[in-house]
Write a protein that binds this ligand. Structure first.
Ligand SMILES: NC(=O)c1ccc[n+]([C@@H]2O[C@H](COP(=O)([O-])OP(=O)(O)OC[C@H]3O[C@@H](n4cnc5c(N)ncnc54)[C@H](OP(=O)(O)O)[C@@H]3O)[C@@H](O)[C@H]2O)c1
Length: 215
């Protein structure tokens, strides 16, 4: 079974780590502050059975899968700084590159995506995944009693299969939607979902909905 390295220790790191531990994977958490990473690792080890190690951003990732649980700008900085150390690894981009100043557009230009911009900066095999599942739902492993759908886009079949297997083993339903360029639609769709959470007309959504294909 593979190890999952998660860079960042915030809300999504906790959610994805919870699913990875449920999947029986070992988890390595990296933060720019080693003490912070160690504290979150200790918390997750207590909450779930499984091995959670920790370290500092910049150290060689132990995992075959490296999840960038970071804001988009930080994700770009971090993959660029890792350089060749990510070659051959599955690099998971979970970002939603929303313009948080206007909350009215993405910060990436039409005809591209955050995932494609990140892929241009790393020799790793970039996969878009987890951007349509909110952190709380990942911790819970469900929304309203429904299994979580996890949309996956990528150009490398082994890398997308590795992320799909992680999701399946972690109690999710993976949906591999196509090449990495399908990230444009995944990012655009999740932006729409995010605007609904912030819309008072849908106040019960409260950042607790899940994007799911029914049928
Ligand atoms: N929250 C959600 O429900 C959700 C859902 C889908 C996708 N996403 C995406 O997931 C990503 C992470 O979101 P989140 O909610 O987990 O954010 P978060 O709770 O704010 O955590 C962000 C993490 O990134 C680290 N970080 C920030 N800037 C950094 C830098 N320059 N270098 C190294 N580390 C840095 C932070 O480190 P410190 O601890 O040191 O501050 C923190 O550990 C975002 O791209 C977001 O769009 C979020």
């Amino acid at each position: 079974m593979n190890t999952i390295t998660i860079i960042g220790t915030g809300n999504m790191a906790r959610g994805i780590a919870t699913r990875a531990l449920a999947a029986g994977r070992s988890v390595e958490l990296l933060n720019r502050d080693a003490d912070k990473a160690a504290a979150v690792a200790a918390e997750l080890s207590t909450a779930a059975s499984g091995t959670v190690t920790s370290g500092t951003v910049g150290q060689a990732p132990a995992g075959d899968i490296v999840v960038l649980a970071l804001p988009f700008d930080a994700a770009k900085e971090v993959v660029a700084s890792y350089g060749a150390a990510l070659a051959g690894k599955t690099v998971v981009d979970i970002t939603n590159p929303v313009n948080f100043e206007t909350f009215d557009s993405l910060v990436v230009a039409p005809g591209t995506s955050a995932a494609e911009e990140i892929a241009a900066l790393t020799p790793g095999n970039v996969v878009k995944a987890f951007n349509t599942t909110f952190a709380g739902a990942l911790v819970a492993g469900e929304t309203q009693g429904q299994i979580l759908d996890g949309f996956i886009a990528g150009d490398n079949a082994d890398a997308t299969a590795a992320v799909a297997s992680l999701m399946t083993d972690g109690g999710m339903r993976p949906l591999v939607v196509g090449a990495l360029k399908r990230s444009r639609e995944l990012e655009g769709f999740q932006f729409l979902v995010m605007t609904l959470q912030a819309n008072p007309a849908f106040e019960t959504f409260n950042w607790n909905t899940g994007l799911k294909i029914v049928g």
